[in-house]
Design a protein. Structure first.
Lengths: 524, 247
């Protein structure tokens, strides 16, 4: 099962009414009380957001790999065909993220595997029957379908030629070759049913273990950087890359029957529609759908195969590159623009306070600096479990906002501190009120420094916003992630080049803004 | 005595040393008093106490009979004009905006502002054509004229000048000295002028206040200081400056 990011067709600019109203209110507030010029321009960046539409469609989630995508797409089609509005939020992340999203009500259903449920969700150390699983899940308000019909368990795979040369057929055979290099996905390395217990059960002697992305692992396997990796038994790549799955002769891996998990609060007709998928997909069929999805890089088409419809008849299939690019770019600008707006709204006042020094000033600058040192991925991961955030655009914006804060706070503070004492005193001695001093004298005099802070934030945000795709928030990171997962350089460039161009444009735009906003007397 | 500003036993200490020992001084209406003394003698400290940039550690300062308190300080500052050595003009504002800043702030009408601006240009011999320029586009002398206009805009009762000519070259300085003296006479302005230059002090001062090491050593006319020095420092200071002048 290959992990693929795919363009989420449903994520087009469905401006959530509520959010957009909030955004407008923000703008209005800001316009009255804050540097109006900067604001006008920033408000031009579309800030209206995202998910939460009036019809409240059933939201299907999926994990970040091909098979989950295809199953999600099939579920969506099944619901839509039954007349139930549905949308599919593709590739949201790993098990815990999607499970939390289901419990939090951000999604209504997603495809899962019984082994994963037992080990990762219910954290049971023995295998559970489907009824036991159903009973435990019900406590969380979650239901489970009967198996869809195939067992997608873990497997260790090797190059066919290498396996034949060494005479390796089963996992036990690996004991004889301690020099083999093993590359494992990070998830498999950490799972309770993953590498550690497997190594113990089989007494595997290999010491050369590396953590590697699933898709990149196939390339590594092909070029001999590693000899063994983990995979899933229905993974289309096994055949494609001429690999063999080693027999699990000690029956270590639990069963991974594919099922759908759904919220028990979901409408009954939606549950009924989902249950129609039970027992309809055997392993062979799933492998075929996965292979189709990977070959065409089109999940809708693979889902169509399941319904045995002709492909290409649906208009959702044919989103042209320019449409996709426009959608990614728009979302990217929304993410970067809205987070920048927040950084400005909070950063400038914080910078003003920080410029006065003292314990509070130090604390503000310290906090902003510390946030900056947290790796962006880690920051996203830290925000995801928080109640308000979860897997959402909000999380991406919050993370970008925090990243954008430091340059603005620091530059506002230093810009204000750099104003010569004689000029500060002149403003005081004139009898200007403190507020007038700030607005008419200090802030304009610090404008060059403040604007350069905003520019730095904007460029950082445009760059970092590519990571938002990791939590399904879209943007130009989507093709980059897809490309990474597919090991497809062209797809990576489809996102990377526009992101770089966008960063340059933002830089250029702010250079232009400098000329408009910085008072002429400061530019001579 | 009809003093506009009265300081009684005012003192100021900074962390390391006393900037001003308890000092009593009255500034008479319509007169120009000159504070003179070597660097660090406390003359600027005295000025900054009057405009409220710093607060005294002890003693009281009264302006027009009213004690200076923090809630009234902004209103009071508008009755005082303040010019510093580098002019203190705001670089992001044109000369005109600098001059009109406070008038706009207190809500003076456009007409009145314009009228006053023309008056001031005439008074300070500043060309109206230069009003649109930013401070960086003006010469040092022009900047001081703008700074003076700004200080005079609201017709202040007291004008505080902290070495206003200190950074100018001699020719510009001489012409500004002459103009300033005329302006003070014309406006019957109460002025407190800080300088370290004796000839300038003599030129402007109705009364000269000589300071040293945070204390007023002697005050009076230049003749007083020259002929009846109360302290060896007075003669020393006057002779040193005259010695230079006679070169």
């Amino acid at each position: 099962m290959n992990r693929i990011r795919k363009a989420g067709k449903q994520e087009t600019a469905e401006s959530g009414n509520q959010e957009s109203k909030k955004a407008k209110q923000f703008c209005r507030l800001f316009l009255v009380s804050w540097i109006p010029d900067v604001l006008l321009i920033l408000c031009c960046v579309p800030v209206f957001l995202i998910h939460s539409s009036a019809a409240a469609p059933v939201v299907i989630g999926s994990k970040k790999f091909t098979e989950s995508y295809v199953l999600g797409e099939i579920a969506k089609r099944t619901l839509t065909d039954a007349g139930i509005p549905a949308e599919h939020r593709q590739g949201m992340g790993g098990t815990i993220i999607v499970w939390q999203a289901l419990r939090g009500g951000q999604i209504d259903a997603y495809p899962e595997y019984t082994g994963t449920i037992t080990q990762e969700i219910l954290k049971s150390d023995r295998s559970l029957s489907l009824d036991e699983i159903r009973e435990s899940l019900a406590k969380s308000g979650v239901g489970i379908t009967e198996p869809l019909g195939f067992n997608n368990t873990y497997a260790l795979v090797m190059r066919r030629s290498e396996a034949q040369r060494l005479g390796v057929r089963t996992i036990s055979d690996l004991q004889k070759y301690p020099q083999l290099k093993i590359g494992l996905t990070h998830e498999f390395l950490d799972r309770q049913d993953g590498w550690q217990p497997l190594r113990e059960r089989y007494a595997l002697p290999q010491r050369n273990i590396v953590g590697i992305d699933h898709a990149l692992g196939y390339s590594a396997l092909a070029n001999g950087s590693i000899d063994v990796k983990d995979a899933y038994s229905t993974d289309a790549k096994i055949e494609e890359n001429d690999l063999v799955a080693l027999e699990d002769d000690l029956h270590f891996f639990p069963k991974y029957e594919a099922v759908f998990l759904f919220r028990l609060s979901m409408p009954t007709d939606a549950i009924a529609a989902l249950r129609r998928l039970e027992g309809t997909l055997d392993e062979k069929r799933m492998v075929r759908l996965n292979a189709e999805a990977e070959r065409t890089k089109n999940y809708t088409r693979a889902a169509d195969l399941y319904f045995e419809r002709s492909t290409g008849s649906r208009n959702s299939v044919g989103e042209s590159f320019s449409q996709k690019l426009a959608r990614w770019t728009l979302r990217h600008l929304q993410l970067a623009g809205f987070s920048l707006l927040l950084s400005v709204i909070f950063g400038i006042p914080l910078g003003i306070v920080a410029s006065r020094g003292g314990a509070i000033g130090q604390a503000i600058l310290g906090f902003a600096s510390i946030v900056q040192t947290i790796p962006s991925l880690a920051l996203l991961a830290l925000l995801v479990p928080l109640p308000f955030f979860g897997i959402s655009v909000r999380t991406a914006i919050a993370a970008l906002f925090l990243y954008g804060l430091l340059p603005i706070v620091r530059n506002t503070a230093s810009g204000l501190q750099d104003i010569p004492r004689s000029l500060r005193e002149s403003a005081v001695a004139l009898g200007l009120s403190p507020i007038a001093r700030l607005w008419e004298i200090y802030l304009p005099m610090a404008s060059r420094s403040i604007l350069s802070g905003i520019k730095t934030s904007a460029v950082i945000n445009v760059g970092t916003a590519t990571l938002a795709a990791l939590i399904g928030a879209g943007g130009l990171g989507e093709p980059i992630l897809s490309g990474l997962n597919l090991n497809d350089h062209v797809t990576i460039l489809e996102g990377a080049i526009p992101a770089a161009v966008l960063a340059l444009l933002v830089q250029w735009f702010f250079d232009l803004l400098d000329r408009v906003l910085i008072p002429k007397g400061l530019r001579v | 005595m009809n003093g506009l500003v009265k300081l009684v036993d005012v003192s100021k200490r900074y962390a390391d040393a006393a900037a001003l020992h308890p000092t009593t001084l009255s500034i008479e209406r319509g007169k120009t008093a000159v504070l003179i003394g070597p660097s660090g003698c406390g003359k600027s400290t005295l000025l900054r106490l009057i405009i409220g940039l710093i607060e005294p550690d002890s003693g009281s300062i009264k302006f027009d009979g009213e004690p200076i308190t923090s809630d009234k300080i902004d209103a009071l500052r508008r009755r005082i004009g303040y010019v510093i050595q580098e002019g203190g003009l705001f670089p992001h504002l044109t000369a005109r905006a600098n001059v009109l800043l406070m008038a706009r702030h207190v809500g003076t009408s456009q007409e009145e502002m314009h009228k006053r601006l023309l008056e001031l240009c005439e008074l300070t011999r500043f060309s109206e054509n230069l009003l649109q320029r930013y401070p960086v586009e003006l010469s040092g002398g022009q900047r001081q004229r703008v700074s003076l206009m700004r200080a005079l805009m609201l017709s202040p009762e007291l004008l505080l000048l902290d070495e206003p000519l200190g950074a100018l070259d001699p020719l510009v300085r001489a012409s500004l000295q002459k103009d300033l003296k005329e302006i003070f006479a014309r406006l019957q302005q109460t002025v407190l002028f800080v300088t370290h230059d004796l000839s300038e002090a003599i030129y402007f001062g109705d009364e000269i206040v000589l300071m040293n090491e945070g204390r007023i050593v002697q005050k009076g006319s230049v003749t007083d200081l020259r002929e009846n020095p109360t302290d060896p420092f007075v003669s020393e200071f006057i002779n040193a400056q005259r010695g230079l002048a006679s070169l």
